[in-house]
Design a protein around this ligand. Structure first.
Ligand code: CA
Length: 649
């Protein structure tokens, strides 16, 4: 019997790659006459398929062996219409016998334990064939990150009870706060806000929520994959019927698309929920990175990490992303712990996405870091290697995040908006998407995801209050923190790159100082729609800036020379001011933009460049640009703690 270190040596040998690399179909291939199953399991000695009528329980109604073909691919043909049939494989390897789901399963029973054969033509929602990715030009790109559960769990959301916390909540139109008919919630709210994309926290099948039990006392973000190519069951109205989650997930996507909103999927290939999983059960050790002694490397901090550099693992990741793009019409992918993948895998994936119809518009970005020490010995998809990544693969920019609001690990550490001295220089770096800084290797401005809040760490509101007060009252309305919040949003939404924020940042979302709520209560995590009404002027402020950003396309340019066209003014610290001419013919409403950030409590007057400048946003009203507004020449007075935006007419 081989030791783990011997498995590692085998899997990393050229001979093994030659004997086992396979690029034909895998998983179930359905037709009404019969279904062929194919499983890549080159180290298996025997593989059986077990058939079931149900997704769990009930007797096995038959088992039969798969036949081994070239390159380690096992297959079996099941005659007759197999739609709705559940199955597992029993895989015998040197390390033992395991009953497992199919890594290429596209549907599964409750908790994903049994795979399922489906005829998509029979389960797609009506009109799905007409669903298309919306065209979202760069200047309309912004990302609002939310979990399916949090979006509509609030009883005040106006969503019908059976759909709260589910995919279908996205399909309910016209919802208002406690159905008051006035204050929009959920999709009704999102349409008005104007974001380009909704980024959904994990919607693939994850393991930390028991789908067979009531959900009231269970909660998890879902960064613990069990089936990569199957939607999560607890977000469906019936996890016991495997086809329901597929249909309802598509209904959600179609509803977002119908509102002109793109869907970014948060994907977590970097690790799986448990070491016992569909990949490790079929080809033990192959899919997970190994230390020299053969044990699993733990760069994810979750017990295992995906070996993207091994050819069939790389293929698995790419196949899965392409599958979601093609079958579910996903508009973008956000890679959790992208620093655990090698650069080649990410670039190859980009090239494969680009080959799809409209594929070049599909977004790709990720976290350019790891969750711990990794055994990866290739170029990692991280910040240091940014120049090696395709320039349409972006990164979350912690430089921007920390410069604006302060470090996210020390709650009390201030940033620019909280008056940290000397941080004005970094704010200039953020505005130019770090293209004029030696902090990051050469890159396109569009590769920078500009943000000050995401699901991890404190909400922006909580962070602002924790810097200000030793004992914050998180639910209080605090005018000073609100001004800081507006300034932070003002910087993000006028910086080059892709603006991104956690859902509810625009209504002062609080988790009451909780820094990591991945398994906290549903009540702490859910969007509190009453707050959207309470802080409606902050919501309007974001809305105005999102619209304003779209009037000046050069801010969203991917052109590497665009940041060089920004001219920064010499102002008294910590004021930051800059101007950027429009590119002729780029559809801009203004000939140039002029922007000032003032984190102080003073009202300084600052000089304006030559010409007549229309006041577009003054720090509290961000929709001045829509109507008649002041025309200024010579100078402008900045409100305390504000971002001021002017356009050359
Ligand atoms: Ca699940």
């Amino acid at each position: 019997m081989k030791t783990p270190a011997e498995w590692k040596a085998l899997f990393e040998s050229e001979a093994f790659a030659q004997q086992t690399c396979y690029y034909g179909p895998l998983g179930p291939e359905y037709s009404p006459a019969g279904t062929r199953l194919r499983l890549w399991a080159p180290t298996a000695r025997q593989v059986m398929v077990n058939l079931y009528r149900r997704g769990d329980g009930g007797a096995c109604i038959g088992s039969m062996p798969l036949e081994k073909g070239p390159q380690g691919v096992w297959s079996v043909y099941l005659p007759g219409d197999q739609h709705g049939r559940y199955y597992t494989f029993t895989v015998q390897t040197e390390t033992g016998l395991r009953e497992t789901g199919d890594p290429y399963a596209r549907a599964a029973g409750v908790n994903g334990n049994r795979s399922m054969i489906v005829d998509f033509a029979r389960i797609d929602p009506p009109g799905w064939e007409k669903d298309q990715r919306p065209v979202i030009p760069p200047e309309r790109r912004s990302v609002w990150e939310v979990s399916v559960r949090d979006f509509s769990q609030d009883p005040a959301s106006g969503i019908r009870p059976a759909w709260r916390g589910k995919f279908l909540a996205f399909t309910q139109q016209g919802t208002t706060l406690n159905s008051d008919g006035v204050h929009p919630t959920c999709m009704n709210y999102l349409r008005r806000l104007g974001v380009g994309y909704v980024q959904l926290m994990p919607i693939f099948d994850f393991g930390s929520v028991d789908e067979s039990r009531p959900l009231t006392r269970q909660y998890n973000w879902g960064y613990d994959p069990t089936n990569y190519n199957v939607p999560e069951g607890s977000y469906s109205t019936d996890p016991l019927r495997g086809e329901v989650r597929l249909r309802e997930c598509k209904q959600m996507i179609a509803a977002l698309h119908a509102a002109g909103i793109g869907v970014v999927m948060d994907v977590v290939y970097n690790h799986m929920y448990r070491n016992e999983n569909v990949l490790n059960n079929t080809t033990p050790y192959y899919f997970f990175r190994q230390n020299e002694d053969g044990s699993f490397s733990n760069g994810s901090g979750c017990g295992n990490e995906f070996a993207s550099e091994r050819p069939m693992a790389r293929r698995y990741l790419i196949d899965s992303v392409l599958y979601w793009a093609q079958e579910y019409h996903i508009d973008g992918f956000r890679f959790d712990l992208m620093g655990l993948y090698d650069v080649d895998t990410m670039n190859e994936l980009r090239a494969e996405l680009d080959k799809l119809p409209g594929g070049r518009s599909i977004l790709m970005y990720g976290e350019p870091w790891q969750g711990g020490g990794s055994a990866l010995r290739r170029y990692e998809a991280n910040k240091n290697n940014l120049s090696m990544l395709n320039e349409r693969i972006g990164i979350f920019c912690d430089n921007t995040r920390d410069a604006i609001k302060g470090g996210c690990f020390n709650a009390r550490e201030p940033g620019y908006v909280e008056g940290k001295p000397d941080s004005f220089w970094d704010v200039g770096g953020a505005v130019a998407a770090w293209c004029r800084s030696d902090r990051l290797p050469p890159h396109s401005p569009a590769q920078i995801v500009s943000y000050v809040s995401a699901h991890d760490n404190f909400t922006l509101w909580d962070k602002l209050l924790m810097v200000r007060y030793p004992h914050p009252e998180f639910t209080a309305t605090d005018p000073a923190a609100l001004a800081q919040n507006r300034l932070a949003a003002g910087i993000i939404l006028t910086s080059m790159g892709l603006p991104f924020w956690q859902a509810g940042e625009e209504f002062a979302r609080t988790k009451k100082g909780q820094g990591n709520s991945y398994r906290s209560s549903p009540a702490l995590n859910r969007l509190d729609w009453k707050r959207a009404q309470q802080f409606h002027s902050l919501v309007d402020y974001y809305r105005g800036l999102i619209g304003l950003r779209a009037t000046f396309p050069r801010l969203s340019s991917a052109d590497r020379t665009a940041p060089e066209a920004i001219r920064f003014f010499s102002l008294e610290q910590p004021l930051v001011g800059w101007t950027l001419p429009a590119l002729p013919g780029d559809g801009s409403w203004w000939r140039a933009l002029c922007v000032f950030y003032n984190p102080t409590a003073d009202t300084p007057a600052v000089p304006l460049p030559e010409g007549s400048w229309k006041l577009l946003s003054d720090g509290t009203s961000s929709s001045l640009w829509r109507g008649k507004s002041q025309i200024l020449t010579g100078s402008v007075t900045l409100a305390p703690c504000s971002a001021t935006v002017l356009g050359l007419i």
